[in-house]
Design a protein around this ligand. Structure first.
Ligand SMILES: Cc1cc2nc3c(=O)[nH]c(=O)nc-3n(C[C@H](O)[C@H](O)[C@H](O)COP(=O)(O)O)c2cc1C
Length: 218
């Protein structure tokens, strides 16, 4: 029995490719007997911006200030949701070369040295836990493309979840999702369709494998 925390951050609620990819992952994960999925929609049910800088630190590391108890309680709920999960899957489209603000607010709440990231007072409680980062982009960010290197969102997720919090991060990306809007660029649109189909397939395979292996653990 394993639990997946499934986060969605796309502002598109009906026809979103990134949401469809995380859904494929979560459905495959949940197919293993006893597995459960906790879904949080960061766009439909948005979090506030982190209201106080001291909330970035675990209580023993704070240098002062008096965080609002309600804000602290919300942060605790979000951290508990993450710590209670055996795996994480998160969707985010690239917005203005960066993260959707809905997802940034979640990261600001849960990346807490001394709590979810190692520090002088704690180890890394999430070390080795799988995190699957699903991203879509309207343009082409592949090697050699003019936009190569301009995705400033995926490296942030890989850095915070992976290097800071110690999770085992896998990234599933699909580009050229907007190419179909330009009839003069049919070949790019076909490439976008292929990347999307491959991302769904990869997410389904990863979800099934993680669901089976994590679900079989004692
Ligand atoms: C506010 C906004 C900003 C965007 N900025 C970019 C961008 O900087 N680069 C890009 O390639 N696509 C950009 N896009 C396009 C989306 O990344 C793309 O359409 C994505 O596939 C939408 O996500 P979804 O279908 O997974 O929900 C932007 C879309 C929106 C709504």
């Amino acid at each position: 029995m394993a639990t997946l925390l499934h986060l969605d951050a796309s502002a598109e609620l009906v026809d979103s490719r990134s949401r469809a990819i995380t859904r494929a992952f979560a459905t495959a994960f949940a197919a293993a007997p006893g597995n459960t999925v906790v879904h949080r929609d960061l766009h439909a049910d948005p979090l506030p911006h982190l209201p106080h800088p001291e909330l970035h630190w675990a209580a023993p590391l704070r240098s002062g200030g008096a965080p609002d108890p309600a804000a602290e309680a919300l942060q605790e709920r979000l951290i508990a949701e993450l710590l209670d999960a055996d795996a994480l899957v998160v969707d985010f489209p690239l917005y203005n070369y960066s993260l959707p603000s809905a997802l940034k607010a979640w990261i600001d709440h849960v990346h807490v040295p001394g709590r979810t990231a190692p520090s002088a007072v704690s180890e890394a409680p999430l070390a080795g836990r799988p995190a699957v980062v699903v991203t879509t982009r309207g343009g082409d960010y592949g090697p050699g493309a003019p936009n190569a290197g301009r995705d400033h969102a995926t490296p942030v997720l890989e850095l915070v979840l992976g290097e800071e919090m110690g999770m085992d991060v896998a990234t599933v990306a699909a580009g050229l999702t907007l190419a179909g809007r330009d009839p003069a660029r049919a070949e790019r649109a076909r490439r976008g369709e292929r990347e999307y189909a491959e991302a769904v397939r990869r997410a389904r395979d990863l979800g099934a494998r993680l669901g089976r292996t994590l679900g079989a653990r004692e």
